[in-house]
Design a protein around this ligand. Structure first.
Ligand code: NOJ
Ligand code: CA
Length: 545
């Protein structure tokens, strides 16, 4: 099914702004709206079509802003509602659309609703999932569900009841069977649409509705949760009832022009399940995460590409390509270790990864090649801040600076996601590398000592830098790939994936020997120097056929 008419979001390159770590405008070491506004020209020059900003609402930061205390305001550390309004119009002035992050599965425990639930407001607990405990004196949790971050998904309050939190205790799950919850979120969407926001990325879009009665999980292994894994038939996830919510949201979006859009973050077991979120009266697109779980192996990448395109196509949605985000190991480091022959299901378990020494030189080569593959594919591409600088995961953060709740909730066995959230290096001047206006600023996570060479300033001056490769690729993408039609695979040596779209070809060599390129084609852009007649290992190239 082809979309009726083509819209910007069907082929967009969306840049993910992790606001805490993008740029600091006031010298407190924490990124903010002022910092982002000052760097909009950087994003315009990079050539992105839209930005997605991670949650910027008032939050006690139990989970880096994914615990929202007030959905209609701005976290004071980040700025004010007036700053947000200015950012939206300035971004639009640069031709950049603005997508926000909406967090509907849970609120903060400091949200007015949850405070009321702990107070004496009659009925207030029905907006959440409060239950009596099980076992003698109700001293055990109501069911056997585990939190995604580790430990039981239930916390007991003073009067003995328990509340459900699939994530941190500071993130109580909302009860989406309650009509007030439904009405409130439709109103929040309209609040931001009225302020010019172009759409929303929906946090844990597959979690809102739970199987009624909140039954125990019965299959072995199901109690253990992981954000990047989702088990079919688990009572906490991907319930059919969730789709009705999104039909309501779509109707809200339809009230506005220009078009307002939704992107689902839904870790469901298959692209078939994902496609259900994208039926014509539901959401517009969804992250397809197999690409960010795929090892650096041509055969796997090819299968992932085919599956993503086919599944999205069944509902007329564009495929989407994500190499990394603020929840997973940075691409450079993911590709810096040996590559398993299958999808990396347990990528989340960073400890296992850290046991093998990463070769970041190899990782960078592969990450650059992966970027050229990503940007040549049909559909939308997401670039997580710092990917354009080929930053690596910072795996040796000292325990005392770690902030991800995963670290504590896992009993200090899973270091969590801080290593991909380190503040960006802008200048080659040592920490804080121009991240903060004030050279003495202490960044909220420490930056490594060797990031001068990866800073924007250093890469600006180097024609072969990753930053300049991204700029060139994004500059070429509109005429080369954007409307180029279907992927036609070309026959190629083992370890190589090659396809043609329109008059251009993309070749990717994941193997360990160089391969010959077609003699009749000319190189448009390569991920590494030295590409002419042959394509070296861990390299990608765009060719004109
Ligand atoms: C997914 C977000 O990307 C992640 O950062 C967050 O911890 C969980 N959802 C819970 O909101
Ligand atoms: Ca700041």
């Amino acid at each position: 099914m082809a979309p009726a008419e083509s819209s910007w979001w069907q082929t967009a390159v969306v840049y993910q702004v992790y606001i805490r770590s993008f740029a600091d405008g006031n010298g407190d070491g924490i990124g903010d709206i002022a910092g982002l506004r000052a760097r909009l020209p950087y994003l315009a020059r990079l050539g992105v079509d839209a930005i997605w900003i991670n949650p910027w609402y008032p939050s006690p930061m139990a989970d880096a802003g994914y615990d929202v205390a007030d959905y209609r305001d701005i976290e004071p550390t980040y700025g004010t509602l007036a700053d947000a309004q200015a950012l939206i119009s300035e971004a639009h002035g640069h031709g950049i659309r603005v997508l926000l992050d909406i967090v509907p599965n849970h609120t903060s425990d400091q949200h007015a609703w949850f405070r009321a639930a702990l107070g004496d407001e009659p009925g207030a607990r029905r907006r959440y999932h409060f239950r009596a405990g099980s076992g003698p004196n109700g001293a055990a949790p109501p069911n056997n569900w585990q939190s995604v971050f580790g430990g039981p998904a239930w916390t007991r309050v003073a009067d003995g009841q328990w509340y459900l939190h699939l994530f941190a205790p500071g993130q109580p799950d909302l009860n989406w069977d309650h009509p007030e919850v439904r009405a409130e979120f439709e109103d929040i969407l309209a609040f931001w649409f009225e302020r010019g926001v172009d759409g929303f990325r929906i946090d844990v879009a597959h979690g809102l509705v739970k199987e009624s009665g909140l039954p125990d999980t019965v299959r072995p292994g199901d109690a253990e949760q992981s954000l990047v894994q989702s088990r079919e038939g688990h009572p906490a996830w991907d319930q059919d009832g969730v789709h009705d919510i999104y039909r309501g949201w779509r109707a809200v979006a339809q009230r506005f022009t220009p078009e307002r859009i939704f992107i689902a973050e839904a870790w469901v077991p298959s692209n078939e399940r994902l496609a259900r979120y994208l039926r014509p009266d539901e959401l517009h697109t969804a992250f397809q995460f197999d690409f960010l779980r795929a090892p650096w192996r041509a055969d796997v990448l090819r299968a992932v590409v085919d599956d993503a395109i086919a599944a999205a196509g069944t509902v007329g949605a564009p495929p989407t390509w994500v190499l990394s985000n603020h929840d997973v190991t940075r691409t450079v480091t993911r590709f810096a270790r040996s590559q398993p022959p299958h999808l990396i299901e347990t990528e989340w378990e960073r400890g296992r990864w850290a046991a093998e020494h990463p070769d970041h030189t190899v990782g960078r080569r592969r990450a650059r090649a992966a970027a050229l593959l990503q940007l040549a594919l049909p559909g939308t591409a997401y670039v997580y801040q710092g990917e354009e600088l080929a930053l690596e995961e910072i795996e040796d953060l000292p325990a005392e600076v770690r902030q991800d709740p995963t670290w504590v909730q896992s009993g200090f066995t899973d270091v969590g996601r801080d290593g991909c959230r380190v503040p960006l290096p802008w200048t080659a001047t040592g920490a804080p590398y121009g991240f903060a206006t004030d050279a003495d600023a202490v960044t909220w996570l420490p930056q490594p000592g060797h990031w001068d060479e990866h800073s924007v300033q250093a890469q600006d001056a180097d024609a072969d830098s990753t930053l300049n490769m991204y700029r060139a690729a994004l500059g070429l993408r509109p005429q080369l790939w954007r409307d180029a039609g279907e992927v036609k695979w070309l026959s190629a040596a083992p370890g190589v994936a090659a396809f043609e779209r329109g008059g251009a070809q993309c070749w990717v060599n994941t193997g360990d020997t160089e391969v010959e390129l077609p003699g009749t084609a000319s190189v448009i852009l390569a991920s590494a120097p030295g590409v002419g007649d042959v394509l070296p290992p861990d390299t990608a190239v765009w060719l004109r056929a």
